[in-house]
Ligand binder design. Structure first.
Ligand SMILES: Nc1ncnc2c1ncn2[C@@H]1O[C@H](COP(=O)(O)OP(=O)(O)OP(=O)(O)O)[C@@H](O)[C@H]1O
Ligand SMILES: [Mg+2]
Length: 260
């Protein structure tokens, strides 16, 4: 097991108000899995990703990465762990402006203590992998949205993380660029990378091997295990039926591979 959350809750406090963005979430992700996270707006998908990627602290529960309980790690330890083990792809790309594609991709290696020559070589190789070898010197403003997201993916991969998180990676892209990013993520999965991706689009979720569903901060459905019984509702059943109709074989339902 690569990543595990056990009874994790996240509460945002805004003055007097408390928002329970995650409520007792338990999930395991194995090495090589491709998980799509779905659910309505405000259901806790981004919060889940931030918590699972150790970007955001929690009020309750435990998080395990590669078998180690990292819940009580200090900020410094977490920053180090994130740099080495976690890649993150954002909807808004989050590249440094006025900084070349090459330097954007090389940046995580600066924090990892990699020497300058090796940084350049590895960043260039990674940009070649995402099809941008001819754009190394371009700044984000000199790249299309799809190209910027490919730079961001190269940056997420460059330290060879154990797991990659993506929050609506195609959300800001036109359908053609979205399709390119979808194919790139598919390729990464085929190479054995572990990916956890939030998406609103059922079409994009199809490339994942396991879909999980959030509602009001709770994990209500997991394609690997089925419904969280206490949270099963007519609305969930209808949503899951819609997803299942779109599923192409082989598909995972309740842990068994069917439809072959
Ligand atoms: N920094 C924050 N402070 C306070 N409340 C927050 C914060 N971030 C998120 N929330 C609240 O937590 C809940 C879950 O938000 P989250 O961003 O995880 O939803 P989401 O499923 O990603 O939605 P979307 O599909 O719109 O991106 C929402 O009610 C949201 O208003
Ligand atoms: Mg979100």
């Amino acid at each position: 097991m690569l990543l595990a959350l056990k009874n994790v809750s996240k509460i945002y406090k805004l003055g007097e108000q408390e928002i329970r963005a995650l409520n007792e979430v338990t999930i395991n992700v194995d090495e090589g899995e491709f998980v799509a996270v779905m659910g309505p707006s405000g259901s806790g998908k981004s919060t889940f990703l931030q918590v699972a990627s150790l970007l955001s602290s929690t009020e309750k529960g435990d998080i395990f990465l590669k078998g180690r309980n990292v819940t009580k790690y200090s900020e410094v330890e977490l920053a180090h762990l994130r740099n080495r083990e976690i890649g993150f792809i954002f909807q808004q790309f989050n590249l440094l402006a006025r900084t070349s594609a090459l330097e954007n991709v090389a940046l995580p290696m600066v924090y990892a203590g990699v020497g300058a020559a090796e940084r350049r070589a590895r960043a260039a190789a990674m940009l070649e992998k995402v099809g941008l070898l001819d754009r190394l010197g371009n700044t984000p403003a000199q790249l299309s949205g799809g190209q910027q997201q490919r730079v961001a993916i190269a940056r997420a991969l460059v330290n060879e993380p154990a797991i990659i998180f993506a929050d609506e990676p195609t959300g800001n892209l036109d359908s053609k660029s979205g399709e390119d990013i979808k194919n790139l993520l598919k390729e990464l999965h085929q190479e054995g990378k572990t990916i956890v991706m939030v998406t609103h689009e059922a079409e994009i979720a199809q490339i994942a091997k396991r879909i999980i569903l959030f509602h009001d901060g709770e994990l209500i459905y997991d394609e690997k295990f089925g419904y969280n019984k206490s949270l099963k509702s007519q609305k969930t059943i209808e949503y899951v039926d819609m997803l299942k109709k779109k599923r192409k074989p082989p598909r995972l339902i309740f842990g068994k591979v069917t439809g072959k």
